[in-house]
Every structure is written in structure tokens, then in C-alpha cells.
Design a protein around this ligand. Structure first.
Ligand code: 13P
Ligand code: SF4
Length: 344
């Protein structure tokens, strides 16, 4: 039963004492976040890992998050992922090998102007390393506009990867009109004429959870519930325009935390965070943007509470499983791309 499992998790945690810290991403299910030392967004959790002295960092999230934690933490800390199957499909849409192979084509389509690559945190360490090598950096959904400005100070155009929606929303926020998409699976992409003028070239990746929200959901929840609407900037441009606000998972949490009692907020992001916000702020009327069933991230769901139990009990028995280790050269370069972000 859930009670037995919770007791086993707590017993293992007690046996391990300060040797382990458990991090739970905002999109993890209740049975996981209840056992986490810290709950938050991907970047925030990596910094928590680096601040902690724990030898083992269990990251209840997806692989790119565990990799980032491995890059940021000390060499004597080991990052563990409860399931190695928890891979964000969007991160997989821009593989470093493929980006590297396309790089020359992109530069020549941009008419020889200097292109600075900017990758979203939701990407693998080898792509972060590639961006560092090409003079670029990493960003999160809360500092993407600063990262674009950093890039425009150093080059003529930005290549933004992997999320075209976050790229488009960020360009719009900055008043950058000359934007084109780059579909690496289409032999005729890009439209060379468009790329030659573009200030922002957007790699054609997307989040399958956030892409499903549409303008009708926003209109319906306003009409039926009188709700204010906040969505994640991984949503399509027209959805962000229709919403009252857009922000990262932390910004969504802050908006609900600062809402007046009785206000209704519809949330356009992964369903588990919506459910947490309902529990954490019962005084606010928190509703999902499109009903209860639809916005479940499969990758996050791979972290079954039984895997967390297994990982903790194994550790308590002296067995280390599911370590996520970034190769040394990639670690160094990806660290440069992350440091550039920290200096923004
Ligand atoms: P955060 O960076 O806000 O944690 O979001 C991660 C994510 O996967 C959004 O879909
Ligand atoms: Fe990836 Fe989207 Fe899931 Fe976030 S919600 S981990 S971007 S698939």
C-alpha cells in the first residue's frame, strides 16, 4: 500500500541521514514530492544540489535535469535518477550530432553573418557543450530574453534550440520580428531567403505536453469560470498572447502564491503541478486550463514511487544504481555554457 511504501522510503532516508538529498521537480507526482527535500524548477533544483553536502543526489525529474545537476555539483557528489527511462522528448529533438552536422548549413543560410547558438536548459549536456564551443550559452524559460540579448551583443543572429515556441515567444517579447523556423528533417529547410534576413532562427522542436493547449481552452475557462490564465512559455505563441500571463514553473507557483483568496487561476502546464498548487494553496481556486485528463508528461511519469523506494533502499544497503555521469570534456564545456547563463 501507499502507507507501507511511504514508511519504507522514510526508513531508508533515516538510515542514510545526510548522505542523500532528494530533489523533486514541480511536475512529479504527489507520492514523490512528499518525500523530496526540495521541490522546484529544473534550474533551482540543480543549485540546491550544488549547495548541499550530500554525497548522493537523487533527482526525481528527467535525464537532462540530472545531467545539469551532475555538471553543477562537486566531483565527490553522485547524481542518481530513479528511472533511466525518464527522457524529455523535446531534449531528444535536438541531438548534438545532428546540430553539429547542420551547423555549416545554418551559417551559410544566414549569409555568413555570425550566428550565436542559445540552447534551452531542456537539452542534453553534449548540446550545451556544442553551444559553448560555438560562443553560445544556455538559458531557462525565465531568462531566455536576457540570453537573446547577450547573443545579439556578440553576433548577428540567434539559433535557438530545441523549443521553437519558447524561441518565438522570447523573440516577440523583445520585439524581434525577423524570425524563421529551421526544420532539420526537411531537405528544403530553411528557406534560405528567410534565414539570410532572420535575427532569430528557431530549431523545430517542441514540448508535446504544452503544444496541446489552444486558444479555445483559454476562451472557455474565462467564460465558464471567470478565470485569469497563466501558461508556460513552451505553449504556442497564440496561446501565450491569449493568456493573461506566461511564466516558468516557478513563476506560475509565485503567481498562485500571491493571488488573493477566492481568485480563480487557470494554469496551462503539466497537470501534476496544477494539482500540487491546488493542495498548497486551497484558498485560491486553481483549475487546469483544459480539464483534468490531458496534460500528463510521460517522461516525468517514468519516475514511479516504487523506483524511488528501490533506489533509496539499495543505497542504504551500500549499492549505487542509476548514476548519471556526464563525460569530463562535455562536463567542462557545458559548465562554460551554464556559467555564461549565471553571469547574465
Ligand atoms: P522548468 O525549467 O520550469 O522546471 O520546466 C521544465 C520543463 O520541463 C517544462 O516543460
Ligand atoms: Fe519535456 Fe515537456 Fe515533459 Fe517538460 S513537460 S519534461 S519539456 S516533455
Amino acid at each position: 500500500s501507499e502507507t507501507d511504501r511511504a514508511a519504507r522510503i522514510e526508513a531508508a532516508r533515516e538510515a542514510l541521514d545526510d548522505d542523500v538529498v532528494v530533489l523533486g521537480h514541480n511536475y512529479q507526482r504527489r507520492e514523490i514530492v512528499e518525500h523530496a527535500d526540495f521541490v522546484g524548477d529544473s534550474y533551482e533544483l540543480s543549485t540546491r544540489a550544488a549547495e548541499s553536502d550530500a554525497e548522493y543526489v537523487i533527482f526525481a525529474g528527467v535525464t537532462f535535469m540530472a545531467e545539469s545537476a551532475d555538471i553543477i555539483t562537486d566531483d565527490d557528489q553522485t547524481v542518481l535518477l530513479p528511472s533511466m527511462e525518464a527522457s524529455c522528448p523535446m531534449a531528444g529533438m535536438a541531438e548534438a550530432l545532428q546540430v553539429d552536422a547542420t551547423w555549416e548549413k545554418i551559417e551559410s543560410a544566414a549569409g555568413g553573418r555570425e550566428v550565436i547558438p542559445v540552447t534551452y536548459m531542456n537539452s542534453y549536456a553534449d548540446l550545451k557543450a556544442f553551444c559553448a564551443e560555438q560562443g553560445g550559452l544556455v538559458c531557462t524559460s525565465s531568462n531566455a530574453a536576457d540570453a537573446f540579448e547577450w547573443a545579439f551583443e556578440r553576433g548577428d543572429a540567434v539559433l535557438f534550440l530545441p523549443d521553437k515556441h519558447l524561441g518565438r515567444n522570447t523573440a516577440a517579447e523583445l520585439g524581434v520580428d525577423s524570425v524563421t523556423e529551421w526544420d532539420p528533417w526537411d531537405a528544403d529547410s530553411p528557406d534560405a531567403a528567410a534565414a539570410a534576413d532572420a535575427d532569430a532562427i528557431l530549431w523545430d522542436g517542441y514540448c508535446q505536453v504544452h503544444e496541446r493547449f489552444d486558444v479555445e481552452h483559454v476562451e472557455r475557462v474565462r467564460e465558464e469560470r471567470g478565470a485569469s490564465v497563466i501558461v508556460h512559455p513552451e505553449c504556442r505563441r497564440e496561446v501565450v498572447v491569449a493568456a493573461d500571463e506566461a511564466g516558468s514553473t516557478s513563476q506560475i507557483c509565485d503567481t498562485v502564491a500571491n493571488a488573493d483568496p477566492g481568485e480563480t487561476w487557470a494554469i496551462g502546464t503539466e497537470i501534476h503541478l496544477v494539482n500540487h498548487l491546488r493542495r498548497w494553496h486551497p484558498e485560491v481556486d486553481v483549475v487546469p486550463l483544459c480539464g483534468d485528463a490531458c496534460m500528463d508528461c510521460n517522461a516525468m511519469r517514468q519516475i514511479d514511487p516504487n523506483y524511488l523506494t528501490w533506489l533509496l533502499e539499495s543505497l542504504a544497503d551500500g549499492e549505487v544504481h542509476n548514476a548519471v555521469e556526464v563525460a569530463p570534456r562535455e562536463k567542462e564545456l557545458a559548465g562554460v555554457a551554464l556559467d555564461r547563463m549565471l553571469e547574465l
